[in-house]
Design a protein around this ligand. Structure first.
Ligand SMILES: [Zn+2]
Length: 622
C-alpha cells in the first residue's frame, strides 16, 4: 500500500511531536525544547530533546532522531504504514491510497474493521480466562509450582480455560457468533448428516495471551496442566494472528530490550514469563514454529543484538540452523547475532533455578557468535583433514556466505573459509563462481557525490538557459551558491519567516536558478496552500519534487545546530538577502551602463540602482 506523500505531509504538519512523544516519555520543559530520559538507550540524566518548533526529537546520547512518524516506528515498532494510520486515526483522517481502486479501498476498510472486531473479541476472552484463573486452585497451583508470581501473572495477563466444552458461553452469550470461530476461540465440527457442533478450542489449559506490538490481544497459547497431548496449543492462523510474524512477549519486553541491549529468543511462553521474573525481562519466544526472517526483522526494529537460545539436543540444533538461515541476510556489521546452546537437560528457566542468575548471565555472554556458528554448520560431517572434506565444506559454506549483506564481517568470513579450504580468497570465489566485488558501498557513495556535484557546477546551467529569461539565468548564476543555500536552510527551518519578506525578497529568491529558485517557488505555493509547516512536513511534501534531493542534502544534520529563536533566524536571513540584493543590483548596474549607449533612460536607471545599492551596503555591514 502506498500512501500519497502529500497526506504524510499534512499529517506531520498537524501532529504535535511533543504530545506524541510525551505519551510514552515523561518530558519537562527546558528552554525552547522539552527534555526527558531517552527511550532508545538507558540513561540516568536526560539527553533526549523534543523540539516543538521543529517537530523533531533528538537524543544527544545515542543520536536517535526523527519526526512523529519516526517515533511511532522506532518506539512502538510500527511499520511506516501503521504509524501513518495511527496518526491519521488520532486526527480523524482517512488514509488515502494512491493506487487502490474504490473496491480495494472498501475491502481494506472492511479488513481493518474485522481485525478490530476480532481483537476485541479476543480481549474479551482474555478477561474471561483471567477471571477463571482466580477461581481455579488447580491452575493457580500449577503457576505457583512453576514459580510464577502474581505480579508476573498480571503483567502477562495469564489465565485459565476451564474444563468443559462451552465455558466461553459465559463471556459470550451469543455463542453461535461467527466471530468466535473466526477468532479461533471456537471450533465447528461438521459431521456428515449431523448438525454442526460448536465447542471451545482451549479447554483445561493455562492460557498465555499473545499480544501484537500495540498490546492488542491477537491470539492465545494454551498449555496443559498435566501430561496430556498436545502439550502446547496455539490459536490458528486468523486475520490478526500469524505464527510466522509474531513473537510472544515482544510487547512486554519492548522497554527491556533497549535497557539490556539485546533480545533473548527462547522456545516457549513459560521461558519468557520465568525469565522476566528471574531478571531477564528482555526475553521473547517464537510460537511453536521455527524462527523466520520476519521474526528476526521484527526484533531488529527494537535492538541491534539478538541471542537465540536452544535446547542442546539435536532438535535444538536443527532449530538453531533455521534461525541462522533467517538471520544471515540481516547480519550487517552493526548487528550482533549469537546462539546459545543449553545443556540437554535444561531450559532457561530450569538452568537459572539450578545454577543461578549470574551463571546464566555468564552463559549468555559466552554464546556462540554467528560467524562461528556459520562455520560449524558448514563443517557438519566434513573431514577437513581430507581434500574431499574441505571441498564439501566449501560447498556447504557457499549458500550461507552468499546471503550475508556486504560488509567487514562477510569479508572476514570469506578469509576464514578460504583458510580452512586451503585456497586464497580469489581462488575460493572462483570455485564458487562469484566475481569479486570490491566494496560496492564505496562505489555507490562516490557516485552519489558525483551526482550531488551537479548542483554546484554545469549540470543545471542547461536547465537555466531553457528558463524564461536570459537575465534571470545570468543574475542567478552570479549569486554565490552558499548564500542561497544558507537562505534556503533558514526558510526550510523557519517557514514562518516568509511572512516577513518583502515582494522584492520573494522575487529575488524565486528568480534564482535551480536548485534554489524552484525550491523557493515551491515553498511559497506551499505557504499559500497550507500555511506554515515544520521542516519534517515540508520534507514529506517535497517527495518527488525536483528540489527534494537538494533540500534534504542541505538540511541533513542541520536540525541540531540551527537556532531555535525565530527572531535570530530572521535577522540572519535579512542580512543574507541584503547581500544577495547588493549582488543583484551590481549586475543590474552593469547592464544599465551597457544599455546607456543606446537607451537614454538607462543612465537614470543606473543612478537609481546605484543609490539603492549604496544604501543597502550602508545598512549591511559584514
Ligand atoms: Zn538516546
Amino acid at each position: 500500500m502506498s500512501i500519497p506523500h502529500t497526506f504524510v505531509q499534512e499529517l506531520l504538519a498537524r501532529a504535535d511531536v511533543v504530545e506524541i512523544v510525551g505519551r510514552h516519555v515523561p518530558l519537562k520543559k527546558g528552554g525552547a525544547n522539552f527534555m526527558g530520559l531517552c527511550p532508545f538507550h538507558s540513561e540516568k540524566s536526560p539527553s533526549f530533546s523534543v523540539s516543538p518548533s521543529k517537530q523533531f526529537y533528538h537524543c544527544f546520547g545515542c543520536g536517535k532522531s526523527g519526526d512523529a512518524i519516526n517515533f511511532l516506528m522506532e518506539h512502538l515498532g510500527m511499520s511506516f504504514v501503521e504509524a501513518v494510520q495511527d496518526l491519521a486515526q488520532q486526527f480523524g483522517m482517512q488514509v488515502p491510497e494512491d493506487d487502490a481502486s474504490p473496491q480495494d479501498r472498501a475491502r481494506a476498510a472492511q479488513q481493518k474493521e474485522i481485525k478490530g472486531t476480532l481483537c476485541s473479541v479476543l480481549e474479551n476472552a482474555c478477561k474471561a480466562y483471567q477471571k477463571h484463573l482466580k477461581n481455579s486452585p488447580k491452575a493457580i497451583a500449577y503457576f505457583k509450582q512453576r514459580g510464577v508470581s502474581g505480579q508476573s501473572a498480571k503483567q502477562f495477563g495469564l489465565g485459565y480455560a476451564p474444563e468443559g466444552w462451552r465455558t466461553l458461553a459465559s463471556a459470550f452469550p451469543q455463542y453461535d457468533d461467527p466471530l468466535l470461530v473466526e477468532s479461533g476461540l471456537v471450533i465447528v465440527s461438521e459431521e456428515e448428516g449431523a448438525e454442526s457442533k460448536r465447542y471451545d478450542r482451549f479447554r483445561d489449559r493455562v492460557m498465555f495471551p499473545i499480544r501484537n506490538i500495540k498490546g492488542e490481544c491477537i491470539g492465545f497459547g494454551g498449555r496443559v496442566l498435566g501430561d496430556d497431548k498436545p502439550k502446547y496449543l496455539n490459536s490458528p492462523e486468523t486475520p490478526v494472528f500469524s505464527k510466522g510474524h509474531e513473537l510472544y512477549g515482544l510487547f512486554e519486553a519492548r522497554a527491556a530490550l533497549r535497557e539490556h541491549g539485546y533480545a533473548l529468543v527462547t522456545e516457549g511462553y513459560m521461558d519468557v514469563v520465568a525469565l522476566a521474573q528471574l531478571g531477564f525481562p528482555n526475553a521473547v519466544a517464537t510460537l511453536g514454529t521455527a524462527c523466520t526472517a520476519d521474526h528476526v526483522h521484527k526484533l531488529f526494529r527494537f535492538t541491534d543484538a539478538v541471542i537465540f537460545s536452544f535446547d542442546g539436543d539435536s532438535a535444538g540444533r536443527r532449530a538453531a540452523r533455521k534461525a541462522l538461515d533467517a538471520a544471515l541476510p540481516l547480519a550487517t556489521d552493526v548487528r550482533s547475532v549469537k546462539f546459545l546452546f543449553l545443556p540437554p537437560e535444561h531450559d532457561p528457566d530450569s538452568f537459572i533455578r539450578a545454577h543461578g542468575k549470574e551463571a546464566f548471565a555468564r552463559f549468555v555472554s559466552e554464546a556462540v557468535p554467528l560467524s562461528q556458528f556459520l562455520l560449524d554448520s558448514a563443517r557438519d560431517n566434513c573431514d577437513l583433514q581430507t581434500p574431499e572434506g574441505r571441498a564439501h565444506f566449501a560447498s556447504n559454506a557457499k549458500p550461507l556466505w552468499e546471503v550475508m549483506p556486504p560488509g567487514a564481517l562477510k569479508q572476514q568470513l570469506l578469509s576464514e573459509i578460504a583458510d580452512k579450504v586451503q585456497l586464497s580468497n580469489r581462488e575460493l570465489l572462483d570455485v564458487w563462481r562469484i566475481s569479486p566485488v570490491k566494496n560496492p558501498r564505496k562505489r555507490s557513495e562516490s557516485y552519489q557525490q558525483k551526482s550531488d556535484n551537479r548542483f554546484a557546477d554545469k549540470g543545471y546551467s542547461q536547465k537555466i538557459r531553457q528558463g524564461s529569461g536570459v537575465a534571470r539565468a545570468t543574475s542567478s548564476t552570479r549569486q554565490p551558491a552558499s548564500r542561497a543555500d544558507h537562505a534556503a536552510r533558514i526558510l526550510l527551518d523557519n517557514m514562518a519567516i516568509l511572512e516577513s519578506l518583502t515582494n522584492e525578497d520573494h522575487a529575488l529568491l524565486c528568480a534564482l536558478g535551480a536548485p534554489q529558485g524552484p525550491l523557493f517557488s515551491w515553498m511559497e505555493a506551499q505557504y499559500h496552500e497550507h500555511g506554515v509547516q515544520p521542516w519534517v512536513a515540508l520534507r514529506a511534501g517535497l517527495q518527488g519534487h525536483e528540489s527534494e534531493v537538494y533540500a534534504t542534502r542541505i538540511m541533513t544534520g542541520h536540525e541540531l545546530v540551527s537556532a531555535d529563536d525565530p527572531g535570530e533566524a530572521l535577522g540572519e536571513l535579512r542580512h543574507l538577502l541584503n547581500r544577495m540584493l547588493v549582488e543583484q543590483l551590481k549586475t543590474d548596474e552593469t547592464q544599465a551602463i551597457a544599455a546607456a549607449k543606446t537607451d537614454p533612460t538607462a543612465l537614470q536607471r543606473y543612478r537609481e540602482l546605484q543609490a539603492r545599492r549604496l544604501m543597502l551596503e550602508a545598512t549591511t555591514k559584514t
